[in-house]
Design a protein around this ligand. Structure first.
Ligand code: MG
Ligand code: MG
Ligand code: MG
Length: 308
C-alpha cells in the first residue's frame, strides 16, 4: 500500500488547483503530517507556469489515477467527474473547497472545509491562522497568486471580503505589489497562440452532469475576444469532436475578456436551447455576448444547470 497521502485539485488544473495543493502540502508538513504530497491532474497552464517560474518552484508530479484505498485530500473541487480516475474507491481524508457540493459521497468521516469564498487559497490562509502556523513568503506568493487568478484581481463577482483581506495581508508578507504582479500573471495566461484548437477547448474545461445529461463549460481568458474568434471555425470543429466522443448534450466555450470583464460564448450541442432560455438571448452563429459575465461558477454554471 502506498504510504503517501496525495493532495490535488481538479482536472485541467488552474492556478488555484496547483497552488492550493502545494500550500496544503506545506501546511500539513508544518503540522507534522509529512506523508502529504501535492500532485496535479493535468498540464500546467501558462499562468500557473508564470507563478512557478517566478518562485523557482517545480510543478507537482502528475497523477493519472489512484488505486483502491489510496489516501487523498482534495482541494478546489469535490465533484468526482472533475477528479482523478479511481476517486470512487480512494479514501478521501479531507476536502478544502469553494464550489457547490455535488455527487459527493464517502464511506468514512472526513475533514470537509467548504466556504463560499472566491478562492480555495483564501480558506487555506485561514487554516494557517487556525493552526497557529506562520505564513512564509513562498506560501504567501502561492496563495496570493491563486486568489488573483480565481478572482481576476478581485474583479470577479465571486470575490468576497475575505479574499480582499487575505490578498492584502499576503501581499504584505510577500512584500509585493499585488496589482503589478497580478496583471503580469494574468496576462501570461492569455497567451493562447501555441495551443491547437483541441487544446484550447480543454485548457480549463469542467464537466458536469445533470440527471442523464452531460455538459462541459470550458473557459479561456484573453485580452482580445476577437483574436480568439479568428479561430472560431477550428474551435467549433474541435468542440463537435468532443461532443461526439463524450456523448455530451452541450458544450459551452466561454471566452472571457479579463480587462473589460465580459464573456463571449460559443455554444454547441443538442441542448443549446438551455443557453438561450437561461440567458434570454438568441444564439447567433452559435454565439452570445454576455456583458459583465466573468465567472463560470457564479454566472454561467448555475444558469445552465437550472435549465438543463
Ligand atoms: Mg479551480
Ligand atoms: Mg478555485
Ligand atoms: Mg477558474
Amino acid at each position: 500500500m502506498n504510504e503517501k497521502t496525495y493532495v490535488f485539485g481538479h482536472k485541467n488544473p488552474d492556478t488555484d488547483s496547483i497552488c492550493s495543493s502545494m500550500v496544503e502540502e506545506i501546511l500539513d508538513h508544518k503540522n507534522g503530517w509529512n506523508q502529504v504530497e501535492a500532485r496535479r491532474l493535468g498540464n500546467i497552464n501558462k499562468e500557473t507556469q508564470y507563478v512557478l517560474d517566478y518562485l523557482g518552484l517545480e510543478a507537482p508530479k502528475l497523477l493519472e489515477k489512484v488505486e483502491e484505498g489510496q489516501e487523498v485530500l482534495l482541494v478546489d473541487h469535490n465533484e468526482f467527474s472533475q477528479s482523478v480516475e479511481g476517486i470512487e474507491n480512494a479514501k478521501i481524508l479531507g476536502v478544502t473547497d469553494h464550489h457547490r457540493i455535488a455527487d459527493f459521497k464517502t464511506e468514512a468521516p472526513l475533514y470537509y472545509t467548504a466556504k463560499p469564498y472566491g478562492c480555495t487559497s483564501t480558506i487555506l490562509f485561514e487554516e494557517f491562522k487556525i493552526c497557529g502556523q506562520p505564513v512564509e513568503k513562498t506560501e504567501a506568493m502561492l496563495m496570493l497568486s491563486a486568489i488573483i487568478s480565481d478572482t481576476l484581481l478581485l474583479k470577479s463577482p465571486t470575490t468576497t471580503e475575505y479574499d480582499k483581506k487575505a490578498l492584502a495581508e499576503l501581499a504584505k508578507i510577500a512584500e509585493i505589489d499585488a496589482n503589478i504582479y497580478g496583471i503580469e500573471m494574468l496576462k501570461a495566461g492569455t497567451d493562447l497562440d501555441d495551443f491547437s484548437e483541441e487544446e484550447l477547448i480543454n485548457l480549463d474545461a469542467k464537466k458536469s452532469e445533470k440527471g442523464n445529461k452531460k455538459f462541459v463549460i470550458a473557459q479561456v481568458n484573453t485580452v482580445s475576444i476577437e483574436d480568439v474568434l479568428n479561430r472560431k471555425e477550428g474551435i467549433e470543429k474541435a468542440i463537435w469532436k468532443e461532443i461526439e466522443n463524450n456523448n455530451l448534450q452541450l458544450f459551452i466555450f466561454a471566452i472571457t475578456d479579463i480587462l473589460n470583464s465580459n464573456t463571449q460564448i460559443i455554444a454547441l450541442g443538442e441542448d443549446t436551447a438551455v443557453v438561450e432560455k437561461g440567458f434570454e438571448k438568441k444564439l447567433e452563429d452559435n454565439m452570445a455576448f454576455l456583458e459583465g459575465v466573468v465567472s463560470r461558477k457564479k454566472q454561467i454554471l448555475p444558469i445552465v444547470d437550472k435549465n438543463m
